[in-house]
Design a protein around this ligand. Sequence first.
Ligand code: CP
Ligand code: NVA
Length: 310
Amino acid sequence: MKIKHFKMDQDFSYEEIWQVFRLARELKEKQKRKEPHQLLRGKSLAMIFQKPSTRTRVSFEVAMTQLGGHALYLSAPDLQLGRGETIADTAKVLSRYVDAIMARVFAHQDIVVLAQNSTVPVINGLSDEFHPCQALTDLFTIWEKYGSLKGLTLTFVGDGDNNVTNSLFLFCARLGVNFRVGCPKKYQTRPEILEMAKKDMKKNEVKIEILNDPKEAVKNADIIYTDTWVSMGRKDVKKREKDLSPYQVNKKLISLANENVKVMHCLPAHRNQEITDEVMDGPHSIIFDQAENRLHVQKALLVFLLTKFN
Ligand code: CP
Ligand code: NVA
């Protein structure tokens, strides 16, 4: 049986991403028109969480319900994983019961081991390295707002070395979006992530710039994106808040970008730290449309993985 996992961004080719985007648009329209689209009737999704979640948990669960299937929320400490059962055995057993597994983990290697031992598709619902469901949704949202992707410039301001930045960077390179990071030297995107995107950057003539001046980074940007300064599991809270405070996305900063710049945030936000209330709730923000799209894009992702590869 042919199965496909979504462990990280690069598991999907350019064509596969566009198949998911087109399907997401179709399913979103169907839902808005209240047309039935129960494409996963009788299917089950196991959702393992090692970390908290609002959007990922709710959007995947509702996605399965709207598609006619069922999702199970499994908090990792409450599973036998908490008593030392291995990830590999958990994957072997769960894949005898369910049709797909979504997991949010600390170590990305846990996703890799789940996928190696699962006979059903495994989806990364966030690891310390990548957040591919988020980036897939983000690029879909940008496409929806701008009508195209190639040639746009996205500037990420803040922690340039986290899961969301890594995934955005890889998808931007694959889809032809110029990517800039405005971050302090200590928080720069790691060379191994840049290396992963090298081929796509060349093929798509994508411009990548890592800058330390946030003002310089947002010049002529079409999209400004930010995320928390302290990702889940990070301990150096005070230090990060101090180091990253010059990188706040506020009205003054966005006035330096394109006039119609769109502002994005994966959420949850720490209001008035990485982003001010004024920007988050202001006319440039597409943050809550972005959050809604997690549902539509993940519905398409589930249909794609469960029907095209099974
Ligand atoms: N953006 C995101 O993944 O949100 P949650 O942590 O609430 O799932
Ligand atoms: N970078 C953030 C994303 C939260 C959705 C974190 O890992 O906490």
